[in-house]
Design a binder for this molecule. Structure first.
Ligand SMILES: [Zn+2]
Length: 197
């Protein structure tokens, strides 16, 4: 029997990781996976903002399929994927492989990036799922339900085409509701860069 896929998605600080941890802990035996953006393989803990913790495999974003092929499925009831938005497309094949083994999967990930655009393979994973749930954070400005992640560079809303890494800039993220989610203008940002230079 094919396993079931549950997907929890939403902005940063919405409790996605803690929901995933709670779910996998209901099973007798689990494995967990998270992307390693540094291109290394290691064993680490996945830790949620509210302090829940499970051991996990941290794996380069393009090696997740190879990783799950090596799991011992006789000993496994569920696999949790954290920060799934960072994995390359093969994460869908990896999830499918696990489900075909009759093992359940729980995925946590950001559904949209700071531009409000679909993040990685989250839309496909949602499509594949038997159950999905959007989780909300609290808007940093008004306290309403926040469904989006605001990127802030040097205290200002990041612009649509600001680079992923801005050298020397102070970067942070906040949950925001639709009304308070702002995408800055690129020319304003250029002025800030000039000020800094
Ligand atoms: Zn708000």
């Amino acid at each position: 029997m094919r396993g079931d896929l549950k997907v929890f998605y939403g902005p940063m600080f919405a409790g996605k990781t803690s929901r995933m941890i709670e779910e996998v802990k209901k099973y007798d035996s689990f494995s967990a996976v998270k992307p390693n953006l540094d291109d290394r393989y290691s064993e680490i803990d996945i830790v949620s903002h509210n302090g829940l913790k499970i051991p996990a495999n941290s794996v380069p974003v393009d090696e997740v399929y190879d990783l799950v092929k090596g799991f011992d499925y006789d000993e496994l009831s569920v696999v949790g994927f954290d920060e799934a938005q960072f994995f390359e497309e093969e994460v869908c094949d990896a999830v499918d492989y696990v489900l075909e083994k009759g093992v359940d999967v729980v995925v946590a990930g950001l559904d949209t990036d700071f531009r409000k655009e679909p993040f990685g393979s989250m839309p496909e994973l949602k499509e594949m799922s038997d159950y999905f749930e959007k989780l909300y954070a609290e808007c940093e400005v008004c306290g309403d339900d926040a469904g989006y992640t605001q990127r802030i560079l040097d205290g200002e809303p990041a612009a649509y085409d600001d680079p992923v890494v801005v050298i020397g800039a102070e970067e942070s993220y906040e949950p925001r509701c639709d009304d308070h989610h702002i995408i800055g203008k690129a020319d304003e940002y250029d002025e800030r860069v000039l000020e800094r230079a």
